[in-house]
Design a protein around this ligand. Structure first.
Ligand code: ARG
Length: 458
């Protein structure tokens, strides 16, 4: 490990305490941004040259040095120095060892605008990669939904975790697809918020030098440029937006996880997990545990924690940059990694789930599941829904109390009869074909719409 002084040592007499260094240094977690930091430096020095603040030969030297630095870090041969506080100082220190011209890199720039820009670049590429991972999960759910639809598989739909009305498994799985599609929309919005270049804001007030932030933004591929230097260096809304979007993803994955846990229990027995996506018990040989689904549920906690923790970090901050803002990176990286890993594991789990058609059917096939259809039958004959509801409720009660078959009661009821009794036959309840409903025709239309949306994903 090379030795050296921090970039700001000139103002100080003694060395920094060990505790200060350990608390203060962000290198252990921000070295992950080295590519973005170097990209920012490249754009910055090219701009410096274009506006005449450095010579073309200096630019060449610096660009070559940055290339070496990038390769060293990528290959793991980079020698980190005691004095490297963070990735920005480490890269600049090393570049300056390679060429004295690199002492000009920081012209018209501060770590305050530099770090905010780096974090924005990381957010953009993380969002793109997360969108792909979530897209794959949506595809695997849609694939299973289409298959279930073709097979006509159905299960009880629940409210209050009480059996309510039978629904197609396709309809149920597609619900998760729509939830995750909204997550992609939210991530896309968060991307827009991150897509603003802030290099050129300086420490907080811009620069007296003729720097050109628009040029830098263009080189880095940002869509827009900051408008207020104070806001630029202290704004981390885009991090909070991303953490919020990922919290909602986390909540959705958690709900899917919980559902799979229930379904995999002996009590439901709706699914069997593939060996590759379940674990055993060290003591009880008969067990197959849904750990992935449980972790999907559990990880939501830390995603929410990252969001609320980081909002709390920001709430008392006066303008502009305060070191508190260094706390932006760990929650952001953690939430991105957590969602990525969880979604990947769930994708594999969903792809390999074995649905137990018979168990789902058996649970769904209670004639009571058709009670609403019976009420609708009366409504179609002109009877007000409230009256119809109470007639059917009376029959259900009678059947439960007397033990008489509901089918027989329906058949012998003067307003119901044999046609109505047909509704009690086992099945998916395919009559509920109102827009977005669980009926088979409505689900076919829905799946087509979903396929089109999924096809539009990159
Ligand atoms: N490591 C710092 C961070 O992550 C970089 C910015 C440091 N700026 C400063 N004025 N000390 O926020």
């Amino acid at each position: 490990m090379a030795d050296g002084n921090t970039l700001w040592h000139g103002r100080f007499d003694g060395d920094a305490s060990q505790a200060l260094r350990e608390l203060n240094d962000s290198l252990p977690f921000d070295r992950r941004m080295y590519r973005e930091d170097i990209a920012g430096s490249r754009a910055h020095v090219e701009m410096l040259c274009e506006v005449g603040l450095i010579e073309a030969v200096e630019l060449q030297d610096i660009l070559e040095a940055l290339e070496v630095v990038e390769a060293e870090i990528a290959e793991g041969t980079f020698e980190w120095a005691q004095s490297d506080e963070d990735i920005h100082t480490a890269i600049e220190r090393r570049a300056t060892e390679i060429t004295p011209s690199a002492a000009k890199i920081h012209t018209g720039r501060s770590r305050n605008d530099q770090v905010a820009n780096d974090v924005r670049l990381v957010a953009l590429s993380e969002i793109d990669s997360l969108a792909e991972v979530l897209g794959a999960l949506i595809r695997s759910l849609l694939y299973r939904a289409e298959d279930a639809h073709e097979n006509g598989w159905y299960l009880p739909g629940y409210t209050h975790l009480q059996r309510a009305q039978p629904v197609g498994l396709a309809h149920h799985l597609a619900a998760y697809c729509w939830m995750l599609m909204r997550d992609l929309d939210r991530l896309h919005e968060a991307r827009g918020r991150a897509d603003v270049s802030v290099l050129g804001a300086g420490a907080l007030a811009g620069s007296a030098l003729p720097i050109d932030p628009h040029l830098v933004a263009e080189k880095l591929g940002f869509t827009s440029v900051f408008n207020n230097s104070l806001d630029a260096v202290s704004d981390r809304d885009f991090v909070a937006d991303l953490l919020y979007s990922l919290s909602v993803v986390g909540v959705h994955l958690s709900r899917l996880g919980e559902e799979i846990c229930l379904w995999a229990s002996s009590e439901f027995n709706f699914v069997e997990l593939d060996d590759a996506f379940s674990t055993g018990s060290s003591m009880m040989p008969q067990k197959k545990n849904p750990d992935i689904a449980e972790l999907a549920r559990g990880k939501a906690g830390r995603l929410l924690g990252n969001l609320t923790g980081f909002l709390a970090t920001q709430k008392g901050l006066p303008l502009t940059y305060n070191k508190d803002l260094q706390e932006d990176k760990e929650p952001m990286f953690d939430s991105c990694d957590t969602v990525r890993l969880t979604a990947l594991a769930l994708t594999g789990m969903v792809e390999t789930l074995k649905f137990n058609e018979d168990a789902m059917k058996e649970s769904a096939d209670s004639p009571y599941g058709a009670a609403t259809d019976l009420a609708d039958f009366l409504v179609e004959k002109g009877i007000p829904f409230r009256t119809a509801h109470s007639v059917i409720a009376g029959l259900v009660r009678e059947s439960l109390e007397s033990g008489d078959d509901l089918v027989t009661l329906v058949e012998s009821h003067e307003d119901l009869g044999a046609d109505a009794a047909q509704l009690l036959l086992p099945g998916i309840g395919s009559r509920r074909n109102s827009h977005g409903g669980a009926g088979s025709d409505a689900v076919s239309i829905q799946l087509e719409a979903l396929r089109a949306r999924v096809g539009d994903l990159r």
